[in-house]
Design a protein around this ligand. Structure first.
Ligand code: PEP
Ligand code: MN
Length: 246
């Protein structure tokens, strides 16, 4: 990876249908390094869409082969990891809710002990760096060498411009602690609003971030999760052009 080459990760918040997933991938695969998509969604309400589960893993396996591209998914339990490995998923991220759960992080890391799989660790919801560091340490202690961190913003009671407040100061501290761990910025979950994604992406690039993870949906207005922040493939292409990345 060259110093200025950004890793671009994009795809839907949640995988919903085979046709929807394949249509978005068809339009963005040649502009990204990794496709993302939620298979199991950690929803606040049990009545909200929770993901397609194993069925989506089959589609992911097909996409990885068809386009010769890697696909990253969120895992929250060791069972998620074990099942996804059977469908050749090799990049897992730990979501903001899970990062602060030592039992879950420990189990996920042990399941991937001493393997070449990648784990990306999102910052925890609350602005406590020790929780983020602790999750990184658990993964490292399990001899997982390919680690990335994701800045997805932090919950803030008083500041409501963003869905999750970007904390560039905490990011700087993270980089000081782990200078060799690449950091990805997730402007979709920071902003919660597609209109703000460009500005946060730009800021992240100024902060010398190593990559961007953006939620792209084939039909954002009707997405079953995070619809205000998801952008269409067309909008994604325009965003990349404006950012002058590819
Ligand atoms: C996601 O990336 O789809 C997600 C749920 O993110 P977070 O864990 O940052 O809320
Ligand atoms: Mn989302």
């Amino acid at each position: 990876m060259g110093t200025n080459k950004k890793i671009i990760i994009a795809g839907p918040c949640a995988i919903e249908t085979k046709a929807g997933l394949f249509s978005v991938v068809k339009e963005i695969h040649d502009k990204v390094d990794v496709i993302r998509g939620g298979v199991w969604k950690a929803r606040t309400s049990p009545n909200d869409y929770a993901g397609k589960g194993e069925e989506a893993l089959k589609w992911i396996n097909q996409i990885q082969k068809k386009y010769n591209i890697l696909f990253a998914i969120e895992v929250g339990t060791k069972d998620h990891v074990a099942l996804a490995l059977k469908y050749n998923v090799r990049i897992f991220w730990i979501g903001a809710r899970t990062t602060s759960n030592p039992f879950a992080v420990q189990e996920i890391a042990e399941t991937l002990y001493n393997t070449d799989t990648e784990i990306w660790i999102k910052n925890p919801i609350f602005s406590n760096l020790d929780l983020w560091f602790g999750a990184v340490e658990r993964v490292r202690l399990n001899k997982i060498r390919k680690i990335k961190a994701i800045h997805r913003g932090f919950y803030c009671e008083s500041e409501k411009t963003y869905r999750n407040n970007p904390r560039w100061d905490l990011l700087d501290k993270f980089k000081l602690q782990y200078p060799n761990i690449p950091v990805i910025c997730d402007p979709s979950h920071i902003t919660g609003d597609k209109k703000l994604i460009f500005n946060i992406s730009k800021k992240a690039i100024q902060k010398n971030i190593n990559g961007l993870m953006i939620e792209v949906h084939h039909n954002p207005e009707n997405a079953l999760s995070d619809k205000k922040q998801q952008i269409s493939p067309k909008e994604f292409n325009k965003l990349l052009e404006k950012l002058n990345l590819k």
